[in-house]
Design a protein around this ligand. Structure first.
Ligand code: FES
Length: 247
C-alpha cells in the first residue's frame, strides 16, 4: 500500500509551520495509523532527515495523547475513535492523507503534530478532587448510590482528555471536557462537599484559558472517542446557575 502524507511540520512554538509531502510505500491495511507514521519516521532516519514529532502513550485508546487532525477530522474518518485505534485499512492505496495538529489558540503547537494541552490540567486542578476522611475505606454499601446516578457519573468519567472536542469545535470550546470532569464528581455523594465551588472554579478557569463559548453544535459529541454526551454541558450550565444562587 502506498499513500502520500501531507504533514504539518513546525520546528517549535515560535517557528512558522508548513505542510510537507511524503510519499510512503510498504504500508499494510493492518498497520495502525501511528505505525504508519513510525514507518515514515524510520524512512526519514535512513535519509538523515528530522523525524516527525507526534504524541502517544498507550496506543489503546485510553490515555488521550495521540490526537491529530486527519483529512480535516479530529482523530480521522471514523466517529468516536482515537488516532491510535485507526488502521490504514480505512484508506485506499494511492490516497493522500493530510495530518495536522489540533488547531486552537488554547492549544499552541509545541512541535510538528504535538500541541500543549496543559490548559486542561489547569482546569482539572481547580476542582477534580473530593474531600474524604482518611483511614480505612468505608463499607461499600454504606453510601447507597442509585444505579442511574452511578452510570451517569461513570459515563462522564470516561473522558480521556484528548482534546478532540476543542479541536473540532468551531468556537474551540472546552465545554464538553470541563462538563465531563465536573459532572462525574458532582453527581456522586463523595463530590457534594465541593459541588458549587467545583463548577464555579473549573468553568472560570476554562474561560480564562481562552476557550470559546459553547453554542451546542454537537460536533464535540460526534468526535469524542468516549462518546461523552453534550447533556453534560447542559447539566454543567444548570449547576453553574444553581451555584451562583446558592454557592
Ligand atoms: S495513544 Fe493513548 S489514546 Fe491514543
Amino acid at each position: 500500500m502506498q499513500v502520500t502524507f501531507k504533514i504539518w511540520r513546525q520546528e517549535g512554538p515560535d517557528y512558522k509551520g508548513a505542510i510537507r509531502d511524503y510519499e510512503v510505500d510498504g504500508l499494510t491495511g493492518d498497520m495502525s495509523f501511528l505505525e504508519a507514521l513510525d514507518h515514515l519516521n524510520e524512512l526519514l532516519v535512513l535519509k538523515n532527515e528530522k523525524v516527525i514529532a507526534y504524541e502517544y502513550d498507550c496506543r489503546e485508546g485510553i490515555c488521550g495523547q495521540c490526537g491529530v487532525f486527519i483529512n480535516g477530522r479530529a482523530h480521522g474518518p471514523h466517529d468516536n475513535m482515537t488516532t491510535c485505534q485507526l488502521h490504514m485499512r480505512s484508506f485506499k492505496d494511492g490516497d493522500t492523507i493530510v495530518v495536522e495538529p489540533w488547531r486552537a489558540s488554547s492549544f499552541p503547537v509545541i512541535k510538528d503534530l504535538i500541541v500543549d494541552r496543559s490548559a486542561f490540567d489547569r482546569i482539572i486542578e481547580q476542582g477534580a478532587y473530593i474531600t474524604a476522611k482518611t483511614g480505612t475505606a468505608p463499607e461499600a454499601n454504606a453510601i447507597p448510590i442509585p444505579k442511574e446516578v452511578s452510570d451517569n457519573a461513570m459515563d462522564a468519567a470516561a473522558c480521556i482528555g484528548c482534546g478532540a472536542c476543542v479541536a473540532t469545535c468551531k468556537n474551540s470550546s472546552a465545554a464538553l471536557f470541563t462538563s465531563a470532569k465536573i459532572n462525574h464528581l458532582n453527581q456522586l455523594p463523595q463530590g457534594k462537599a465541593e459541588e458549587h465551588k467545583r463548577v464555579q472554579e473549573m468553568t472560570y478557569q476554562m474561560e480564562i484559558e481562552g476557550f470559546g463559548s459553547c453554542t451546542f453544535t454537537g460536533a464535540c459529541e460526534v468526535e469524542c472517542p468516549e462518546e461523552i454526551s453534550i447533556l453534560n454541558i447542559a447539566e454543567m450550565n444548570a449547576r453553574n446557575a444553581k451555584a451562583k444562587l446558592f454557592g
